[in-house]
Design a protein around this ligand. Sequence first.
Ligand code: FAD
Ligand code: 2HG
Ligand code: ZN
Length: 467
Amino acid sequence: MDLIETLNAIVGAQHVLTSGDLSAYEQDWRKRWHGKALAVVRPATTQQVAEVVKACAAAKVSIVPQGGNTGMVVGSVPDASGQQVVLSLQRMNAVRQIDAGNMTVTVEAGCILQNLQDAAEKAGFLFPLSLAAEGSCTIGGNLGTNAGGTQVLRYGNARDLCLGLEVVNAQGDIWSGLSGLRKDNTGYDLRNLMIGSEGTLGIITAATMKLYPLPVASLTAWASLPSLAHAVQLLGLAQKHLASGLTGFEVMGQFALSLVAKHFPQQRVPLWDSAPFCVVLENSDFESEAHARERFDHLMEQALDAGVITDAVVAENLTQAKALWHIRECIPLAQAEEGLNIKHDISIPVSRIPEFVETTDALLKRAIPGVRLVNFGHLGDGNLHYNVQCPAGADGKAFLQAQEPGVNKLVFDSVLAHGGSISAEHGIGSLKRDELPHYKSAVALDMMRAVKSALDPLGILNPGRVL
Ligand code: FAD
Ligand code: 2HG
Ligand code: ZN
């Protein structure tokens, strides 16, 4: 039997896609890469995933695990050879169990993040991982990339929310590690090795994740600020006044907001044209709405009096709060509408972010007259999206071709000089693979290669990604 026939026998021929329009599986979200798959295989059970891996290993055919295909670093699409199998987890989307007493949920890898949030809420809990792609990204992809998003400041990233995994390894064996344990010191931490490995060490088929109490009230405010340094000051004030009630703190540069105003005019972006930066912040309260409002109003008054912010609006109700967050979440979409751009998802100590931006902006503007800089992101986590858009009227594709390597070197060298990391939450994929050796120590890379060859000696799991 050839491989396709074997795969048909395992998952059913209707779930082995080899013809028709497969672009949803073969092209990345940003449309930067168009690959060609030997087949897209859609198993329904962990057992089927294991059999698919065994069949591919026997045929020496490599596998690209895929969830919602919303990744930002070209990690979930096949190469152009037409020889890789895309293993889509989308049909494995069940919420298997909610353990209310243990405050955990066990969920299959293909479950869409928003569906998991909804299931948790229905059971009276909060599942806090939250990102703009939550309507289509999956929990398997979130763990594969160790996704961050807008609540990391309070609840941590995908890794921090995970207690256990079920994984099919490169040999096609199933590791059942779906523990809901908060403590387990029985040797090497395989769970943490898998999380963030971008499909290169194993295929996550299910996970046990932490749940939290739902806050009684959540308030959102939007403030304008004279500079990024003032945003860092506001963060300090908010942490002091709200403590663990501060559940979100996002910064947005004026040009980033102007793109939302331009491409989504139906959204009314507050205060953007009056200041170089705006911040959206969230206060979650476990006492009452009145308590939340009192603390929030006090914070805003203090910030205004101290000249840290120039103006502010506090959402009156949930609809207004959602509208404010929606503006922030629209920035990547508005940037995509504006055209191709060079993305940098960087991590810098919060205290050094203003200096990083000032220095790097100046270097880029000198190197590329007219360049447009899109700054926004998770300031509370020291995670900035520092994206470079071509000069107005220039062709995005030609700009990328001519400038991408030079721009990356300039930005990443500056990140290194400011004690940062070239990937905060999106991962390495194939987009940043060749940059990694310049910014990660040779010793660390050697250890990573040793892990990869020990767990996947044939190199069949997502080759060419990360390493
Ligand atoms: P995919 O894109 O399908 O895969 C991503 C990687 O994980 C690939 O390497 C893939 O091989 C691997 N993978 C997928 N499933 C599995 C599995 N079951 N087992 C092992 N490996 C697997 N990311 C953030 O961190 N924070 C944000 O705020 C954020 N905002 C975004 C906003 C928009 C509009 C978009 C389009 C993307 C955003 N992202 C963000 C990036 C992306 O949504 C995340 O990386 C997300 O975690 C990817 O999930 P996915 O299911 O789409 O994974
Ligand atoms: C976000 O925070 C995402 O919105 C996407 O991580 C970032 O588009 C980007 O650069
Ligand atoms: Zn982000």
